[in-house]
Ligand binder design. Structure first.
Ligand SMILES: Nc1ncnc2c1ncn2[C@@H]1O[C@H](COP(=O)(O)OP(=O)(O)O)[C@@H](O)[C@H]1O
Ligand SMILES: [Mg+2]
Length: 349
């Protein structure tokens, strides 16, 4: 069982060399109508034995980052080492130490589960005895033993994902990359993947870098989360620490007018931990008059008891409240506070 204390003790930089180190990573794609800046100066350090989640909306640059770290794509700039090896100049060394599962399922559907695993192991030159043992072991881990001789085309979405996970583990990687490992899965299969991921870290000491656009998943699974938006890491840390920084409770005031004086006043209150000011000016979110909508996220010690005073202050200011919301902060509030937009707004429906 991993508790808060042992998680806090995980080395982030000092001690053992980091499993993954990314500095100033840049990737630009040439596209028909110009250049897409997918990754724009990303810095990232993942300690050995850590589960690190890159959390961000679609288009944030997660798959691009994973593709560079797994040597499938060359960066435009910056550096990255995986297991101490440079992903550009020592790609073969990197490949020998990693496993990866992709966002999209890539299985030869004509093959049975067993054949998929065996083929992959042959590709990496594993001897027959070793292959047989590994297949049995990993099929048991991802609970596919009973269906191993069925064609993978007949697997459910969850079974396909589990098979891919087993394939990624055939070569006993020290570092495993999982790109959106539970995308499209039902809750039961998600929980299964989460269980295997924890097992891999706890029992085998594998370092995991996974990407997700699910805040649940990041909060549930990761030792540390890095929030990625528009190709940059906007904040990183342990989920509980990121959430705690928001205050014990968050009072969110949405409204129009001039909130500046109110913000200055609220800042002076002893029980206010922090104030974030977000402005929405997009045509569809702005007030009908075309006026910008403001949201103030006010982190306080206790929302229920402080609400009246803050609302009274607002009423006496040039800021007109349209909605009030008090809640325990969550990773969603952290995301909003650091990126200025809600994660769900940017997801595909
Ligand atoms: N091969 C490509 N050519 C051009 N643009 C790309 C290519 N792959 C990704 N992009 C663009 O780069 C940005 C980041 O994409 P991606 O890394 O897939 O993000 P994520 O995995 O976070 O959704 C997006 O704007 C995407 O459209
Ligand atoms: Mg992606």
């Amino acid at each position: 069982m991993v508790n808060a204390t042992t998680q806090a003790a995980l080395p982030v930089t000092g001690g053992a060399a980091p499993a993954i180190e990314v500095r100033g990573l840049v990737k630009s794609y040439a596209s028909g109508d110009g250049v897409v800046h997918a990754v724009r100066g990303l810095d990232l350090t993942v300690a050995q034995g850590e589960i690190y989640a890159l959390l961000g909306p679609n288009g944030a640059g997660k798959t691009t980052t994973i593709s560079i770290l797994t040597t499938l794509l060359l960066p435009t700039g910056g550096t990255a080492t995986v297991a101490g090896y440079d992903v550009v100049t020592q790609a073969a060394d990197v490949r020998r130490r990693i496993g990866v599962t992709f966002q999209e399922v890539v299985l030869d559907q004509d093959l049975t589960g067993r054949q998929v695993l065996d083929f992959h192991a042959r590709l990496y030159g594993l001897a027959r005895v070793q292959r047989l043992a590994k297949i049995e072991e990993l099929a048991a881990l991802v609970e596919l033993t009973d269906v191993l001789d069925r064609k993978s085309s007949r697997y459910s979405g969850g079974m396909k994902r589990r098979l891919e996970l087993a394939r990624g583990l055939m070569t006993e990687p020290a570092i495993l990359f999982l790109d959106e490992p539970t995308q499209g899965l039902d809750p039961q299969n998600r929980a299964g993947i989460w269980r295997y991921v924890r097992h891999l870290r706890d029992v085998r000491g594998i370092t995991l870098l996974l990407t997700t656009h699910s805040m649940d998943e990041a909060a549930e699974l990761a030792d540390r989360v890095g929030i990625i938006d528009q190709g940059q890491l906007v904040v990183e840390g342990r989920v509980d620490a990121l959430v705690r920084e928001m205050g014990a409770d968050v009072i969110a005031l949405t409204g129009v007018g001039a909130p500046e004086a109110l913000i200055a006043q609220v800042h002076k209150l002893a029980y206010v931990q922090q104030v974030k000011h977000l402005v929405q000016t997009d045509a569809d979110t702005a007030d009908a008059s075309g006026e910008a909508t403001h949201m103030l996220q006010i982190g306080v010690d206790a929302g229920d008891t402080r609400l009246a005073e803050i609302v009274t202050m607002a009423a006496a200011s040039d800021f007109q409240i349209r909605a009030v919301h008090v809640a325990r902060p969550s990773l969603a509030d952290v995301f909003l506070a650091h990126t200025g937009h809600a994660l769900r707004d940017t997801l595909e429906s």
